[in-house]
Design a protein around this ligand. Structure first.
Ligand code: AMP
Length: 213
């Protein structure tokens, strides 16, 4: 099974992707995580994408598609995309890649959350740099302030979760990613979930939608 999670930054794609990929045995593909890892390791790719990430702009389609194709060429599990595609060009590239592998896209799940809510969530988001666990100061705080419950590491605010960059990322979403809703709505595999609810209840709704797929 191949699935795409769509939605604003902060709509809960990362959180849902972790639950779903475990439950369904899928390989979780987060392009944002890939770029942040490369950046942390100071690789040539990390250096190339660094300016885009810190400004909240999209990495060029050609580069995103190249990176994914090389990373996924040997992957045999089903794929769960989180943060990809983000443009119609990327979606077309993914379609062509699926065709070349004689496989198909089974579901596109749109996590619908109002813009004001995602802006607040992004500002309150804290992340564990070690295990990637995501917290929210308002709705899901760590037990000890600023410390990861799982690995005791000090939590960080992502560089792009600062007010100016959050604003830019939301603009970029509306301009470049939102057109994907129309692109996929006619596919027959499009599902919408109210992402404004608690993560457990969103996960249960998604599981119910995918039941029987
Ligand atoms: P995310 O963690 O998904 O919010 O991604 C963080 C940043 O990585 C984005 O603001 C972009 O700069 C870059 N990025 C992640 N995924 C993509 C993508 N599919 N296309 C272009 N840029 C991306």
């Amino acid at each position: 099974m191949n699935i795409i999670l769509l939605g604003y930054p902060g709509s809960g794609k990362g959180t849902q992707a972790k639950v779903l990929s475990q439950k369904l045995g899928l390989f979780h593909v987060s392009t944002g995580d890939i770029f942040r890892e490369e950046l942390a390791k100071d690789t040539p790719l990390g250096l190339e994408v660094s300016g885009y990430l810190s400004a909240g702009r999209l990495v060029p389609d050609r580069l995103v598609l190249e990176v994914l194709k090389s990373r996924l060429s040997k992957e045999t599990r089903g794929l769960l995309f989180d943060g990809f595609p983000r443009t119609v060009e990327q979606a077309e590239g993914l379609d062509a890649w699926f065709d070349s592998r004689e496989t198909t896209l089974d579901a596109v799940i749109f996590l619908n959350v109002p813009e004001a809510e995602v802006a607040k969530r992004l500002g309150d988001r804290r992340t564990c740099p070690k295990c990637g666990k995501i917290y929210n100061l308002g709705t899901k705080p760590p037990q000890k302030p600023d410390i990861c419950d799982t690995c005791n590491e000090k939590l960080i605010t992502r560089d792009d979760d600062t007010p100016g960059v959050i604003w830019k990322r939301l603009q970029v979403y509306k301009d470049q990613t939102e057109p994907l809703l129309a692109y996929y709505k006619s596919s027959g595999n499009f599902y919408e979930a109210d992402g404004g609810q608690a993560p457990e209840s969103v996960a249960a709704k998604i599981a119910a939608m995918l039941d029987g797929k």
